[in-house]
Ligand binder design. Structure first.
Ligand SMILES: [Fe+2]
Length: 434
């Protein structure tokens, strides 16, 4: 590759793989579900959704579309917002009892991720932690295919419809960890931005931060040429580092955040902004599904592990609760200040796509340029002011770092590796920004 960032290096990978579902995007495309499912030969479908969407218009529309094609459906609506091992096992038992020939998910990342993870344990039963990476799991590969899955996102952030990962909270640790396998990739995604028209402003903001961080993390990730070459192509991890495919979609996703996030949050009637943010979320999912995220996501897990004195309006979830995108963005400015000297040009470029004025900025300014732009977007969209804005104090910094240091794979996908002390320094810097 011509780009200097992907310069070959000794023992480094020379190839990268792109994985994508068949993707349909546009207002009203959820109505295509029945025909799409029939074309794939579905006759008896498990539909995963959450209890809050269960009786709403999107699930109703999905059921009508499937019924119109003569496809029978059973609904699993016990998806937990932020799935955990118990809710995933309940989903797996539902699948095992049903003997289905296809799976549909309608909802945010929680519904899609529950469908993905439940299929693993229904089709390939094992100890729950077997398929998670060390140090919490045995790192066992998922041994074979799952059911064909059509994913229908209803929020504009997660990108899970385009990824081969599922994020699950392990009760034993009370922390989220990642399941990853090519078998987890949905076969098809129906991305209908009309599903976001009724989302409250703070959900548009939170999911927008998630998509923004997916895109910056992909763009600044360690280059794929810096990961070791693999002897068996099946062993090539989907978290393979920055690559030209992910660059392409991350760039446009960042431009969309710059152009439409503030508009989408501050004006619920701005349909163009919501359409664009949905497309941005899909693009960012296409990017991180083929490169992997890194430190902002790794360090968000400490926040959702240890959150205590925090409530979030607009989410039907018991306190304490910090939406995923908020848990990622509260640390992001401090993280990029730390990481920027690992890949200064990439940070400056990402900041430019995000609308920062980087004129006259040099490599030494990269961290400040990108973090100042993120802070400005946070302020303009009413984000919590760093960790203190979600109930944390400086005294909790060591515990936050001790929790997040276990996310080894994501930590090593960053352009510079953070050790425990670095993580403490970053969390200290993230307590407040303004
Ligand atoms: Fe995310």
């Amino acid at each position: 590759m011509a780009c200097q960032y992907f310069t070959p290096c000794e023992h480094g990978a020379e190839t990268f793989t792109v994985m994508m579902p068949k993707l349909t995007f546009g207002r009203g495309c959820l109505a295509e579900l029945g025909q799409r499912a029939r074309t794939r030969g579905f006759t008896w479908v498990a539909l995963f959704t959450d209890p809050y969407l269960r009786d709403g218009p999107f699930v109703r529309g999905a059921l009508e579309s499937l019924a119109a094609e003569g496809i029978d459906v059973a609904v699993f609506s016990e998806v937990r917002i932020e799935p955990d091992d118990r809710s995933v096992i309940a989903g797996a038992e539902f699948l095992r009892d049903g003997n289905f020939d296809g799976v549909v998910s309608v909802g945010g990342g929680s519904s899609m991720d529950t469908a993905k993870a439940a299929m693993i344990y229904a089709l390939h039963p094992a100890e729950f932690t077997d398929y998670f990476a060390p140090p919490v799991g045995a790192g066992r590969p998922i041994p074979g295919p799952l059911l064909p899955h059509i994913a229908c996102p209803t929020t504009s952030g997660t990108g899970s419809e385009c990824t081969s990962v599922s994020v699950v909270r392990l009760g034993e640790y009370n922390t989220k960890f990642v399941l990853g396998s090519p078998h987890l990739l949905p076969v098809e995604a129906l991305v209908d931005p009309a599903c976001t028209d009724t989302l409250p402003a703070n959900a548009i903001a939170s999911t927008g931060y998630d998509l923004m961080c997916h895109a910056i993390e992909c763009y600044t990730a360690k280059a794929y040429t810096r990961w070791d070459k693999v002897a068996d192509p099946n062993g090539r991890t989907l978290l393979q580092g920055a690559n030209p495919w992910s660059d392409m979609s991350a760039r446009r996703a960042l431009e969309i955040v710059d152009g439409y996030l503030v508009r989408g949050v501050n004006d619920a009637t701005d349909q163009e902004a919501r359409d664009q943010l949905m497309w941005g979320a899909t693009l960012a999912g296409m990017a991180f599904g083929n490169s992997g995220t890194h430190l902002p996501h790794a360090m968000s897990y400490g926040v959702t592990h240890l959150m205590h004195d925090v409530t979030t309006e607009g989410y039907p979830v018991a306190a304490p609760f910090v939406p995923h995108g908020i848990s990622v963005v509260v640390n992001a400015p401090a993280i990029f200040r730390f990481l920027a000297d690992g890949a200064p040009e990439r940070h400056l470029e990402a900041a430019g796509y995000l609308g920062a004025d980087a004129s006259g900025a040099g490599p030494d300014d990269a961290g400040e340029v990108v973090s100042n732009r993120i802070i400005r977007l946070m302020q303009d969209t009413h984000a919590p002011n760093g960790l203190s804005g979600v109930g944390f104090s400086a005294a909790e910094v060591p515990d936050l770092a001790a929790s997040s240091i276990r996310q080894t794979r994501a930590i090593h996908n960053a352009p510079k590796v953070a050790d425990l002390q670095s993580m403490q320094d970053i969390y200290s810097d993230a307590i407040s920004y303004w």
